[in-house]
Every structure is written in C-alpha cells, then in structure tokens.
Design a protein. Structure first.
Length: 340
C-alpha cells in the first residue's frame, strides 16, 4: 500500500464551497492526525489503513475490511468509535440472523394498545458488521437502504439514522463454508475495501508490550466529539476540485467499462466515492484542493472491489489490481496538473 502519511503543503487553490465557521484547513488536519494517533495506541503499525478508514468515515462512506482473523479489524472499529466519542454497535453476522435483528421492529405495547418501534443496532454512529458474508442475502439486503440513504423503513414508517453513520464490515477471505458472497449492489455501497494485514515484527512486539497487563482499548478515551466530526464532514465538502480533475475521475471510471479484461466496470456511485475520498485525503494533509496524486492513490481501494474480471482474463491470471494499474497508466493526467 502506498504511504499516505500526513503532509503539510501550502494550498494551491482556495476552496470554493461553504465553510463551517469553527473549522479551518489547519484545524481539520490537526483533528484528523489526533484521531489517527489515538487509534494507533491500540492498532500498531497500520497508519495507512487507519487513515484510509477515517477518510471513508469523514467522506460519509463505509469500509469493508477483508483479512484473516486476529488482525485487528474489530479492534480498529472500536478504537475509532471511542476516539470520536461515538455510539457503536456490533452485529455478529450468522445464517440465522434476521433483517429485524439489524433494523429493529415494531413492538406491541399492551398498556397503550399501540405498536412502538424498537430500534435495532443499526441506529448507531459506528456499526460493526462482523463477518458480514455469513449473513444470508435477505439479511444483507436490510443494510442497503441504511448504507445509501441513511434511513430505515419498517412498514410505512421511515426512521432517520444518526450522523455520522458509518458501517465497518469485516469478512474472512479464507473460510468460505457457510458464507454468502456479497452481491455487487452491496459491494458498491462500500466506499473502500481494505486489507489490514499482519503487523511487522516491531509493531507486533509493541502490541505485546502495551497489552501485557490489560487491553489498551479498555482505557482509550475520546480526542474529539461527534460535533467536531460533523464539522469536519461539512468542511470537506468545500475542498476545491477542478473541472479537469473531475473529468479525470470520470475518464478513469469510463475506461473500466470498456476494458476487455473487465466484465463489469465502475459505477457512477464509484466515481462519486472517488471524488469524496480524494477531497478528504487532500484535507487530511492540510490542503484545500485535490491533486491528481490523491486520486491515483485511492483508485485501487475505491474501485477494486467493484470490478469483475471476465472469465478469459481470469484464465490469463489477470488481477483487478493489474487492470487498474494499466488503466491509470493509460489515462492522461489533466493539463496543467502534476503529481507531488
């Protein structure tokens, strides 16, 4: 994974959107780095992954973590939630899980003789869906409306979800017995798909040392409140993206739809996700404008899980990552722009 360590570079263009009065580019980068540093008290040696998860959260997206058990996926979700003083709920997905176990359901009140809605675990700022691919397709579909429209409809009533609403789902890529692959419509609702990976030896030693007596997560305190996170989400909408760079994003997505190695390319939702993630990444580095390198760095985690290889490409041992790299090399950078 390409390093995305914080970089304080002067802004080349002023933002052209509405700003939150209490937020500035310096404050945004400082708060962002503060959250990362707090999470790193628990998750060692995974700075890039932590920053990308925060990019998705502040960009109003969701993240799918695919990796082996014990690599810190669940702990990362807890650490982020505690760092921003958010409400967090966890769902252990199993084949017998029902949609109402996630969204909630009406409950009859014998005293009033009326039905009242009992909120499910989806009503939280951070929802951890552990081993999401163990839930049945019917149960998985109960998250579609929540992830896209930030609301839940039960019967004739619609209930708004809190803001921010962030789904962090995990799945095990090896153990396939009793699992149900996520459909394309579900995958397309995740802004990013990441692999946490095992820590290096030095980071793993640090994990042993810090957790020898007790779990660090149990003493982790918040460094920002939800109001600050909302302000960051609002501020980042004003990050400047030139027309040429917007066209560059569209060109990348268009190329995935005509590449001979791909049976399914990136959707318009994917293009929008790439735009929003690029804005947050730029802001996290103290800038108010998006550069081509922001887009290029995020292309694989944003688009990779949305693309499907053709059978012929699979037989040729093609990979989605290789196809994306080829497309990035093929699409010309916008005139008047350059990388860092």
């Amino acid at each position: 994974m390409v390093a995305i360590s914080p970089r304080r570079t002067p802004s080349r263009a002023a933002g052209n959107g509405k700003r939150t009065p209490t937020m500035s580019r310096e404050a945004f980068a400082t708060e962002f780095d503060g959250i990362v540093a707090n999470v790193e008290k628990v998750i060692k040696g995974k700075t890039d992954q932590i920053r990308l998860v925060l990019v998705a959260m502040i960009g109003d997206g969701h993240v799918l973590l695919e990796d082996m058990p014990g690599t810190g996926k669940t702990m990362m979700a807890r650490a982020i939630a505690q760092s921003i003083d958010a409400t967090v709920n966890r769902i252990q997905c199993t084949p017998d899980l029902l949609p109402s176990d996630i969204t909630g359901s009406p409950v009859f009140d014998q005293r009033t003789g009326e039905f009242t809605f009992n909120e499910g675990p989806v009503f939280a700022n951070v929802l951890l869906a552990d081993e999401i691919n163990r839930a049945t397709p019917k149960t998985q579909s109960s998250l579609l409306e929540a992830m896209q429209e930030r609301r839940v409809t039960v019967g004739k009533q619609t209930h708004a979800l809190p803001k921010p609403f962030f789904v962090l789902a995990t799945e095990n890529p090896v153990e396939l017995a009793g699992t149900f692959p996520l459909p394309e419509a579900q995958l397309d609702r995740f802004m990013l798909k990441l692999e946490v990976g095992y820590p290096d030896a030095e980071a793993e030693v640090a994990v042993l040392q810090t957790n020898k007596r007790k779990e660090v997560i149990d003493e982790l305190t918040s460094v920002v409140d939800i109001a600050t996170v909302r302000a960051m989400m609002e501020w980042v909408t004003g990050v400047s993206v030139s027309d040429a760079l917007q066209r560059y994003i569209v060109d990348l997505c268009q190329q995935t739809r005509i590449d001979s190695a791909l049976a399914m390319g990136a959707s318009t939702r994917a293009a929008l996700a790439l735009l929003r993630a690029s804005c947050v990444l730029a802001a996290s580095q103290g800038r108010e404008d998006v550069l081509p390198d922001d887009v290029r760095l995020l292309v694989t985690p944003v688009l990779g899980h949305r693309l499907i290889l053709t059978p012929d490409a699979s037989l040729r041992d093609e990979t989605v990552d290789n196809v994306i790299a080829r497309i990035v090399d093929r699409v010309k950078l916008p005139l008047g722009t350059s990388g860092r």
